[in-house]
Design a binder for this molecule. Sequence first.
Ligand SMILES: Cc1ncc(COP(=O)(O)O)c(C=O)c1O
Length: 456
Amino acid sequence: MDSRLGDDLAQLPELIDATGAYAVRILDGLGERPVARVPVRREPLPLPDPGIGTRGALAAFAERWEPGFSASAGSRYLGFVTGGCTPAALAGGWLTGVLDQNPTSGLDSTAPDLERETVAWLRELIGLPAAHEGAFVSGATMSNFAGLAIAREWLGEQRGISIAEQGIAALGPVRVLSGRAHSSVGKALSMLGLGRSALHPVDVLPGREAVDVTRLDAALDALNGEPAIVVANAGTVNTGDFDDLRAIAALRDRHPFWLHVDAAFGAFAALSPGHAHLLDGLAGADSICVDLHKWLNVPYDSAVQLTRRRDLQTRVFQNAAAYLGPVNDDLVHLTPENSRRLRALAAWFALAAYGRDGQAEIVRRDLALAELLGERIAAMPAYRLLAPVRLNVVCFTLADDPARIGQVAQAVTDSGEAFLTTTTYEGVPALRAAFSNWRTTRADVDRVAKALERAA
Ligand SMILES: Cc1ncc(COP(=O)(O)O)c(C=O)c1O
């Protein structure tokens, strides 16, 4: 054995302690670490021949890389839609590497059942019936991809063919209708061979990001009974708006379509009594995307894909081989990956440790904090809100000169106090603050508001 490997093996408990102590120092300092860094590009060093061992690697990482990392796990990182990592999720994440299970096959361990239990808990958390079966993927993009892959197979079924067998050329043109689909839907359509241009935007309601269901109805009508895909949005990335899922699902009485719901972070609205109604009708979806590295506060990367048509899912993703065994209910037949890590473990730890009550408390607190920041911004003459705070995202711009909002974002980043990301909302350059971290408090909102005041 290589001497460094041998030394590390002999000192494994000490190395784990040292890594743990280093992690504690990082976590203790998270609140005061500059929230984001303007990256200074580093050229790669040559690969070492003899290595430096784990202690050496820890020291090299601490010196060369860690100082440039953001506090994205911290409480004032409000860019994109970014969750942190609760203590239990962190423990689960670490043990994922320790046990190093590959849950895709059911031949050698109970790890797949842990994943199934976790999916069942998530289903309960969101209020979905058992008819929706799920599997873990790396994020909402892959969840949308998998859901739309099943939708594609359903379209084939409507035409008496299997796309999984015959390929996309057998399908012909496809229409995907959506109000304000997340960009990952276009990416998924590209990967699926349906093409980004298959996505046909449908008008939204005035002043909203929610689809106008009357327009959707008309767009479906125009297809003259041709089966289509509808992507409904439960939590838009700019303003956290929701389509009327119940009304959309009801359109299926008159039009044939597959209903995919992107509820990447919006699914967690189920945990707030004041917001749960936004998900009315979700159970009627054929496939659903739920991200976990956002509001469940588990480490990257983690999401689930849920569907009522596991038979079609297996048709798409099956991976039969003599050495793997026949197609059965093993997880390998459900998602794009073959081998993968047991990413359900971090989510299982989070749900076991904090239960519905703990997760609901995180969601309710973030909702209240988003509302509070919205009030603070509304009271600042320099800014104007672009939409009411509907969920956990505050979308706003400069009152006088929205074109300068990028400079404001940069000044906030440079201050080290907070990180917010820019967007364009209805043609207006804007900033978004998205609350999904379990650690964020009113004191953080105060600091963010002050940083915004200074930056304006
Ligand atoms: C509504 C929605 N869908 C999909 C995604 C893509 O998520 P991921 O980055 O986990 O692939 C996001 C990310 O913010 C999102 O907000």
